[in-house]
Design a protein around this ligand. Sequence first.
Ligand SMILES: [Zn+2]
Ligand SMILES: [Zn+2]
Length: 350
Amino acid sequence: MSETMTGAVLPGNSTVKFRKYPVPEPGRGQVLVKMKASSICGSDIRAIYREHLGKGPEGYQGVIAGHEPCGQIVKVGPMCREFKEGDRVVIYHISGCGVCDECKKGYMISCQSKHRAAYGWQRDGGHADYLLAEENTCVRLPDSMSYLDGALCACGFGTAYEALRRIEVSGQDRLLVTGLGPVGLAAAMIGRALGSTTIIGTDISDQRLSLAVNLGLVDHAIMSDEATLAKIMALTGDQGCEASIDCSGAASARLLALQGTRDWGRCAYVGEGGSVSFEVSKYLIHKQITLFGSWVTSLGHLEELVERIDRWGIHPDRTCTHRLPLERASEAYQLMDSGNCGKVAIVWDE
Ligand SMILES: [Zn+2]
Ligand SMILES: [Zn+2]
């Protein structure tokens, strides 16, 4: 094993910089993971790549970027209890204090401690040849899943799964997905596996709509404009969908998700940023809708997700349209920023 490695950092002016780092030595309870796949998340673009917008849990500390890491353990530190060299793992992307209420529930994403650190935000992430990970943030990757499948679960698919779980999507539901970026595609793929019979997706991009159709993830792809709601109603016998999820973060799409939800239905907001304003009586109260906010997922639900993906035999990596080596990370980020793509990932030879 070489002693140095290359890592990519994001200076915040829509560029990527490469630096040399010593290959880290795993300490107590830590493992060294040889990176195999490390995908780019929308929040990397929104809060770090263009400019360093994030604060608190989204504050970027100039570390190696990448919070969707997946790879193979090549070294274990002292006191590791579960994992060993050769194990394939996906990494839940936040290491929490381990002792607060949220950490005990597995929602390290919501840990408030100063000891909380997210890979790729406050501690080195997956855009490097090796990643130093806490053993207790590793989840075993089933043999049927590719490393890229795993990387996509670390944040994006985990986020979609958590929200669909929250709104309890099942075979009784038609599902409306507003925003067909990577998380929207994930929601459609998992929604289908959970049994949803009709999946309607909306977006403002032709390319994203065609991708969702070509991958067979949605039954109906509708361009977002003034006529979208009428089309959703026409497709659902004037009822709307029993469950809906906004993955765009756009105000108009958030409203559309509510408008397109059937009376007594459930709606989740996972698209980040911005704001929304709507007539609360008309769209929420009188429709008897339950509206959820859902942020990332828990360690336990990530574990549950990979187990189910294995059982369902589905492959998140189908949503990945571009796979590039680490030295082409600049291109990968530019592409993701353009939005003219599905998921974009940095991959290493297996
Ligand atoms: Zn993310
Ligand atoms: Zn905590």
